[in-house]
Design a protein around this ligand. Structure first.
Ligand code: KIV
Length: 297
């Protein structure tokens, strides 16, 4: 009997994305795709779409937990959602976002908390916000063998200092500081940097100066990759939509319609129908009727 495979088409095995894959993509001029996820089914679908990186962002606080900003998000919140995402995604590089106050207080706490993302929650790397003021923590986390993604520009955990969710780096001095910070993060060993809400030409300049990839959100097409908050892309979060978001669906509308249709079916007794119900064999039913009848005498 022949042991030849039926088809001669080679089976290309999909490989897990690593930090080295991202560096290779930048070197080859290939664009990196990244999305956020906070749960198992979304992670499955994003992984199926072959997105390179899944960020379990602390945007969780706003789009899933209903807070006005990301400041109330805790380590326990993040780990809970990271665990769900890591059960759903096999191939994407998984990045856990370090929440407010998990890396600012001391370098030792920063390392311990970063370690929990890998040890307890199945992440491959962590992300944290800030530039020169975070170098010590970043170096210590890297020394523990944990890859770090930087985040510059609009850093939502500093919303109170920044005076709101507003674009950054629009004046030359602020822009120059961001260029310097990006180089410092690269020199410290970050494997990539998120650039959020920056003038497109500034983000392009930074991307061209760096050897590591930049991932833009509201930072134009000159970055090495793009990220969006999945709930914005899907139209699931209808409280507000930032200008830089492209909505690919209106899932809030789809959900609202489905819930209204369900309510109408329940109230009109159209649901459940026979096909949604469990049947009992007639013989067993007859036995039950007899037992019930005898018991009531
Ligand atoms: O928390 C998050 O989702 C983020 C992205 C906006 C990059 O940090």
């Amino acid at each position: 009997m022949s042991t030849q495979p039926v088809s001669s088409v080679p089976v290309i095995k999909r490989k897990k994305t690593t930090v080295q894959t991202l560096r290779g993509k930048k070197q080859n001029g290939e664009v990196i795709s990244m999305l956020t996820a906070y749960d198992y089914p979304t992670a499955l679908a994003i992984d199926q779409a072959e997105i390179d990186v899944i960020l379990v962002g602390d945007s969780l606080g706003m789009v899933v937990l209903g807070y006005p900003n990301t400041l109330p998000v805790t380590m326990e919140d993040m780990l809970h959602h990271c665990k769900a995402v890591s059960r759903g995604a096999q191939y994407a590089l998984l990045v856990g976002d370090m929440p407010f106050m998990s890396y600012q207080v001391s370098v030792a706490e920063a390392v311990r908390n970063a370690g929990r993302f890998l040890q307890e929650a199945g992440m491959d790397a962590v992300k944290l916000e800030g530039g020169r003021e975070r170098l010590e923590a970043i170096r210590a986390i890297l020394a523990a063998g944990i890859p770090v993604m930087g985040h510059l520009g609009l850093t939502p955990q500093s919303v109170n200092q920044l005076g709101g969710f507003r674009p950054q780096g629009r004046e030359a001095a602020a822009a120059q500081r961001l260029v310097e910070d990006a180089l410092l993060l690269q020199d410290a060993g970050c494997f990539a940097i998120v650039l959020e809400s920056l003038p497109a030409r500034l983000a392009k300049l930074i991307s061209e100066r760096l050897e590591i990839p930049t991932i833009g959100i509201g930072a134009g097409a000159g970055c090495d990759g793009q990220v969006l908050v999945t709930h914005d892309l899907l139209g699931l979060f209808d409280r507000f939509t930032p200008r830089f978001v492209k909505k690919y669906a209106d899932l809030h509308g789809v959900m609202a319609q489905a819930f209204a249709a369900y309510k109408a079916d329940v109230e009109g007794r159209a649901f459940p129908a026979a096909e949604h119900s469990v049947e009992m064999p007639d013989q067993e039913w007859q036995v039950l009727l007899e037992v019930v009848a005898n018991a009531s005498h």
